[in-house]
Design a protein around this ligand. Sequence first.
Ligand code: NAD
Length: 527
Amino acid sequence: MSTDTANTADVRRPDWITEELLGELVSRVPSSTGASWKLTEVYTGEVLVALPQSSPADVERAAAEGRAAQRKWAATPLPERLAVFKRAHELILRNQHKIADLIQAESGKARRIAFEEVCDPPMVISHYLKRAPKLLKDKVRPGMMPLLSSSIERHPPRGLIGVIAPWNFPFATGLSDAIPALMAGNAVLLKPDNKTALSPLFGISLLEEAGLPKGLFQVVCGEGPDVGPTLMDSVDYAMFTGSTATGRVIGEQAGRNLIGACLELGGKNPMIVLDDADIDETVGGSMFAVFGNTGQICMHIERIYIPEAMYDEFRDKFVAAVESMRIEAAYAFGPDLGALVSPDHLARVQSHVDDAVAKGATVLTGGKARPDIGPTFFEPTILEGTTKEMLHGVTETFGPVVSLHRYSTLEEAIELANDTEYGLNASVWTTNFKRAQAVAARIESGNVNINDGLATAYASKSTPSGGMKQSGVGARHGDQGLLKYTETQNVATLKKQVMGPQGKQSFDDYAKQMQTSLRWMRKLRIR
Ligand code: NAD
């Protein structure tokens, strides 16, 4: 395994990330108690900045400030609101290297995935700049009585949207889910993960530079259980991305408060290699599908099902490819694999591998931490012989670990792929697209990527993307990715009061007349 400049001491943090800049970034986070959290640089373990921790009272104040700013924003004409995001699109792209630096400093990911993360909000902006005018326009619908009545479907903003984001894509989940909410006329109250608050804070400063009114995008920081309940009591809708366990807590609070929630949760994502797949292409695609973001992608692949006859060739080529990966701590393109986000997460990944080995699995490559590269580096790991008795067999490892499985019939492969409580993403590899569609239709998963691991579905911003089963409720992207942040209002007008018996008409006659008119309207397809 290549480790080139594999020495923590060699990692040079970009010069522009100064103490002064970091202090200015975190000054946006309210903390009336003065409590703080040590936010560290993952590659070195050095403290970067003391991140203020918000109390429940701070959360309430931030919510009130957001609500005050929202009233004016909602009254701002849509073209003016959208113009802010046109400018933000360019500002984000212009600052891509700075944003990638911050993402890398706080998460330890490789540069190439940090760069891809930077591209997500501009893609979302671009999509909704096109769609928002159509989605938010009042729509005149046929009324109850042709000519005499009409109905208008309206989509006013909900008010204040709570966005709770995880650490694995802090800039993308902090901003991309907030953008359609803001476009729709809402204010946003964001709670990023403590570990990764810097890149979303920088992103918000760019949105404000693009013209977003001050106060509209609020941020609070703290441990989830400390600030979460007050946040959930303060907002009109919750957009949550994180683990299934926390998603349940958020869902319960949303239910109690009778507010809507979109829950984007965990996965245990399978890949099925069909017997007509091109092995070299599949091995190449599996590298990103499994190890992208060091395996810390909700949609990454943790299980690969391979036909018996292709198994040995696939395994040998995959192991060889993985052993040539470049693992390194560097604020530059080059390394294939970065670090895990924290020592705690490293311990979780290691425990899944150790548990699998103790219960009989074989490590084909990897399996160990690499403290020689940095405090939280872990080797890309391929397992064989895992079962559902093992942690890795049933729960999300969320690290650079995958298990290979043989199958003899396609029926068996589909059954094994579906044998999980999750349903977030699946990948199917084949040279026969018709066959792929038939397999996709039988997989219980909110996203299915054909001849790709995950990016093709996630980057299709026109199509809603969410989880089935325990992987989530609701979706981001597509029309519902914006409309979920709006109320639906039905404004119906009756030009003349014609309901009920007219004049001396008996109710019997009125009922007959209604019956006839309903039949005719059905025949003439009027309603
Ligand atoms: P997590 O659930 O521990 O935390 C997510 C966020 O919720 C963090 O900001 C955390 O501070 C906050 N939180 C925790 N408890 C809370 C509470 N009681 N109230 C309010 N907020 C609370 O998840 P994580 O470990 O940070 O992220 C990894 C998980 O996220 C994985 O399971 C991954 O699959 C999932 N994920 C899903 C998607 C998706 O789109 N489906 C995307 C990214 C990550």
